[in-house]
Design a protein around this ligand. Structure first.
Ligand code: CTP
Ligand code: MG
Length: 234
C-alpha cells in the first residue's frame, strides 16, 4: 500500500539543516579541520551554508570539532540569512549528527549534510526535503557508472553486481526529525558502524528513497578533490 501523502504537512519553514563539520580532515592533510580549509576564497563549510540558505531552509546547526566553536562563529557566523547554532561534534560522524539534532529544537524535518560536499546545490536540498512526502528519509545519490565487483581478502573476484540497481550515496539526506531521532537512539557500537544516517533508518525498518544528484556533488576527501572543487568554483 502506498504510504499516505504527507507533503502538505511539511513546509521548508519547519526544517533545519544539520551541517556536520567536526571531522579532522586527516586525508586532506591541511593541518587544520577540513571545514575551515579555504576553498575559492572562503572556508569550505561556508559553501554549504550558502546553498542551505538559498534553498530556503531557515536554520542550521553546525557540528564543529571540540574547541573550535569560537573560531567557527568567527569564520561562519555572519554572512548567511540563517538562524545559526554551533555545537561540538562527537568522535564519529553519527555522534556529530546526534549532537546537532539535539540542538535543532522542534524542527519537523531535518536535512543532514557533510560540510565536505561544498558543491551541493540549493535545488538538491529542496528535492530531498520534498521527497519526504512519501518516505521516512530521502537521500542524494549518484548512479554508479563503473562496474562493481566484489573481491575476497585474496583479491579474487567473487561476484559482479547488477549496476543498474546501484547508487552511490551522498548527502544531503533528509529525514522526518522524529524518525532520525529514533534511528540514532542505538548503542555506540552500532552508531560507530554507520557510514551514513539513512542506514540507521533502514535497519529500523524505515523507508528510504534515493534522489538523483548532479555529478558535482562529490566529497572533498583528498588534495586532488580540493583542486577539482577549486577549479569548478573559480
Ligand atoms: N564528520 C563529523 N564528525 C566526525 C567525523 C566526520 O562531523 N567525528 C564530518 C566531516 O566534517 C565531514 C563529513 O562528516 O563533513 C564526512 O566525513 P569525512 O569526509 O570523512 O571528513 P573527515 O573525517 O574530516 O576526513 P578524514 O576522514 O580524512 O579525517
Ligand atoms: Mg572521516
Amino acid at each position: 500500500m502506498r504510504p499516505p501523502d504527507r507533503a502538505s504537512e511539511l513546509t521548508l519553514g519547519g526544517c533545519a539543516a544539520l551541517l556536520v563539520a567536526a571531522g579532522s580532515g586527516e586525508r586532506l592533510g591541511a593541518g587544520r579541520p577540513k571545514a575551515f580549509v579555504v576553498l575559492a576564497g572562503r572556508p569550505l563549510a561556508a559553501w554549504s551554508l550558502e546553498a542551505i540558505a538559498a534553498a530556503g531552509v531557515p536554520r542550521a546547526v553546525v557540528a564543529v570539532p571540540p574547541g573550535h566553536g569560537a573560531a567557527a562563529e568567527e569564520a561562519l557566523g555572519r554572512d548567511f540569512p540563517l538562524g545559526l547554532a554551533f555545537v561540538e561534534g562527537g568522535a564519529t560522524r553519527s555522534e556529530s549528527v546526534r549532537n546537532a539534532l539535539a540542538a535543532a529544537g522542534d524542527a519537523e524535518a531535518v536535512v543532514v549534510h557533510d560540510a565536505a560536499r561544498p558543491l551541493a546545490e540549493p535545488d538538491l536540498f529542496r528535492r530531498t526535503l520534498a521527497a519526504l512526502a512519501d518516505a521516512d528519509a530521502a537521500i542524494a545519490a549518484a548512479r554508479v557508472t563503473d562496474t562493481i565487483k566484489e573481491a575476497g581478502p585474496d583479491r579474487l573476484v567473487v561476484r559482479t553486481h547488477d549496476r543498474s540497481r546501484l547508487w552511490a550515496i551522498q548527502t544531503p539526506q533528509a529525514f522526518r526529525a522524529a524518525v532520525l531521532r529514533r534511528a540514532l537512539d542505538v548503542p555506540p557500537d552500532v552508531l560507530a558502524r554507520a557510514t551514513d544516517d539513512a542506514w540507521l533508518v533502514e535497519r529500523a525498518g524505515g523507508s528510504v528513497r534515493v534522489v538523483e544528484s548532479p555529478p558535482a556533488n562529490f566529497k572533498v576527501t583528498t588534495p586532488h578533490d580540493l583542486a577539482v572543487a577549486e577549479s569548478l568554483l573559480c
